[in-house]
Design a protein around this ligand. Structure first.
Ligand SMILES: [Zn+2]
Ligand SMILES: [Zn+2]
Length: 236
């Protein structure tokens, strides 16, 4: 891994991408804190330990795991990482049950529920213990200040994290951003379809210098904010 791990620098602060184009988690590191935003699929834990060794940091320095929402591809590695570091795990209260694997899907989203139960079984998933709750507008003091932005729709408790230091938004599943396709999350994955569009518009109206989604091709926040604005225009 080493040089292969994509990362960006903002002074002494860094953001590392874990996982890959299918789904990414992000490690935010500075002198005072080490925050993991989402935990990808189960394998991310191995990548994380390797990365920490390479940058000379200890798993014990982990400050918190912030979950954008309860979907399995964002929470997969959380319980293992929590077990080995005793780190706090934060999620919006509306997604607490989802993280625990207890959620009633309706309509289109039932397909997603089925996928998730199969995935939980196949990956021998055990949920992390949610220790803390996120609230809209809440400011977390880490990485120069992270502001919670509640962006419901995809799931009721879906949140993004605005980085005051860089003006970037870690946008979770508000949209997916690839060169070959920039799109809203597919119907079957959304709990509330109207909220998905409203959240996209809300993000497009924010004063952002960059966006880092969870499903994307290259780690270039300025590129994703441009794509997000084009998508917003297109979807009216
Ligand atoms: Zn999702
Ligand atoms: Zn996702």
């Amino acid at each position: 891994m080493g040089e292969d791990v994509q990362h960006l620098e903002a002074g002494s602060a860094r953001i590392y991408r874990l996982g890959g184009a299918l789904v990414s988690a992000h490690l935010l590191v500075d002198d005072d804190s080490m925050i993991l935003v989402d935990t990808g699929l189960v394998r991310v834990a191995d990548d994380l330990w390797r990365l920490l060794r390479e940058i000379g940091r200890s798993p014990r320095e982990m400050t918190a795991i912030l979950l954008t929402h309860g979907h399995l591809d964002h929470t997969g590695g959380a319980s293992r990482i929590q077990r080995e570091t005793d780190v706090t795990v934060w999620v919006h209260p509306a997604d607490r049950e989802h993280v625990a694997g207890r959620v009633q899907y309706r309509g289109w989203a039932r397909g997603c529920g089925l996928l998730e139960s199969v995935g939980r079984f196949a990956l021998r998933f055990s949920p992390p213990e949610v220790t803390d709750e996120l609230g809209d507008g809440q400011r977390l003091p880490w990485w120069g200040g992270l502001r919670v932005v509640h962006l419901p729709g995809h799931t009721p408790g879906h949140c993004g994290f605005f980085c005051e230091r860089t003006g970037w938004l870690l946008s979770g599943d508000v949209f997916a951003s690839y060169r070959w396709s920039v799109h809203l999350p597919p119907h079957v994955l959304n709990r509330e379809q109207d909220g998905v569009r409203a959240s996209l518009r809300q993000v497009a109206a924010m004063d952002l210098s960059g966006v880092i989604p969870s499903h994307y091709d290259v780690l270039e926040p300025e590129l994703h904010v441009r794509r997000l604005r084009e998508l917003t225009k297109r979807s009216g």
